[in-house]
Design a protein around this ligand. Sequence first.
Ligand code: GCU
Length: 678
Amino acid sequence: ANDGYKLWLQYLPFENKAITEYYGDYLDNTVLLGKSPTHDVIQKELELAYSGFFDKNPGNISRTSVGSGLLWIAKFGDLPKEIRETITDHAQSLNDEGYLLHYLKGKLIVSSKTDIGLLYGTFALLKKIQTRQKLEDLHEISNPKIQKRLLNHWDNLNRTVERGFAGFSIWNWHRLPQHIDQQYIDYARANASIGINGTSITNVNANALVLTPEYLEKAAALADAFRPYGIKVYLTARFNAPMVLDNLPTADPLDPKVQQWWKDKTKEIYNYIPDFGGFLVKADSEGQPGPHNYGRTQADGANMLADAVKPFGGIVMWRAFVYNEHTPTDRIRQAYDEFKPLDGKFRDNVIVQVKNGPLDFQPREPFHPLFGAMPETPLMMEFQITKEYLGQDTHWVNLATMWEEVLKSDTYAKGPGSPVSKVVDGSLHNYKLTGIAGVSNIGTDRNWTGHHTAQADWFAFGQLAWNPEQNIDNIGEDWIRMTFSNDTEVIKTIKGIMMNSYEILVNYMTPLGLHHIMARSHHWGPGPWVTGGGRDDWTATYYHKANSDSIGFDRTEKGSNALAQYAPEWKETWGDAESIPLEFLLWFHRVPWDKKLSTGNTLWNEMALRYQKGVEGARWMQKEWSKLEGSIDPERFSHIASFLNIQVNEAEWWRDACLLYFGQYSKMPLPAGVEAPK
Ligand code: GCU
């Protein structure tokens, strides 16, 4: 049975004799040199892969130099001299995590400077084989462009997962530290295979208990298990932990006793986890304590923790997701208003973690205006891999499409050609510290992610973290080949669905720049009618402001002027309701229902047609998928087919709910081609 547990590391059998012989030549003559726990991991992975490829027990992998080796896997310094000499030039351009794949006169060489680089190189080679690429003439030098590549787990100590839709937390605190579950190892393998090198294992809405010895011992056991895979453990720090755990009267970051408490606590953590990565902090947001409680700035808070981890080489990832309901300005302005004046005021081991957009992981948002606006403070990207606002577990939507859109957006910080990707990889502002985080979508479900296809989002996140300018078409194709099949029709069909899925979802959920019209609190399903309830900034009407004349949020200088937080070039593109690309129309403008848009339709008709198009798109996905019956294993086929039924139903639900609700204001009839609500 295929329950998808093996993710993209299926190591599917070679299809025929020719392919078997082609790769067999190399694989049967593998030499792996060197010794370390990571080398043991490499050996095991090769054995696993070979037994999958050949569908039998693999032959011996030699651990000593033999003249007949055709595939050499060794750190630069471990290679025999005659081979090493041929790659000296290339080795120079490798960084500490980089790898080299090099074909030379019948021999294939995988090399690196470090053990971890070698593991990455091995996975890169296995990917070539999994995707059935030619090995001759192979020459690839690859260094990650971003230093800290993390998953953020929003996992609570009671194993519930905030915004998790794939079961419970995989961290079984009860059985730790004694029991290291195979799932932890497979988690580490999967992450290493896509270059992820850090994991923050606890919810940003943090429980201070994780900082007590009882839990540190457990976290240390995970860190030990992950170490050979190059993955560091990070923890979320609850800002008032000194009060909660040790009854200090304050958590004021400028109070010397508080500072000392964090220094002692940090030292204790490093006793358990010598290579502890550092802290991730959500402060002064959605009820979390923070420096504001003491009239201090976000920099004061971050710097206190930074000073504590500095002697041990740790970092602080301080989240910019700071807003509250008492600030009278447009919620989406608040992070920029707060952080922009603090540029340059953070210690050099602080990195500010910024969500992709200024609101909150909506199906479509413009990029966050802090990107490009903080030349003196390293910023890292936070993407949400879990689909909080995107249909949660049952909708198929390829997130790489959204991420690429954000990464490619031009900040114009240094003129045209200053994309978000170059802010995040550090090259635009010369950041010394770089990072990217993805809010994890995995849990105890047999297939990790609930929807089989949500594995693709985890995979793509890792690939883009390694190189944020990678082509997402290729990423998608690799994932399909490694996960399902190398059959051309299968690839074409699945890729077609993936590459269209994002636009389809945006159409049936939030077309034309609509946002935050999901049902309150759980954020599943439509709820454009949601008002009040004590917090306007969590309600839909705050964002769409529909009345009988118009709909949309005016963010130009006549409104909240959030638009001014972007470079002037964006004011030109987004500032004019006549010429703004329609995908952000209602994000930035209030528009009369009967206004004629560039498409020739009135706003109301355009909205209705887009909702309809989204529904038709979901039906199209379903039809495309049905073509694959018999071409992939029946378990995964029917799992996905049943989820697509749900997706189609929910797309109709979204369309009907939104059109019925907004129709009360527009009072206009549905245009031809839009189905009447059920
Ligand atoms: C969203 C989400 C919360 C989460 C928060 C965050 O608001 O709904 O559950 O805690 O983001 O990113 O901190």
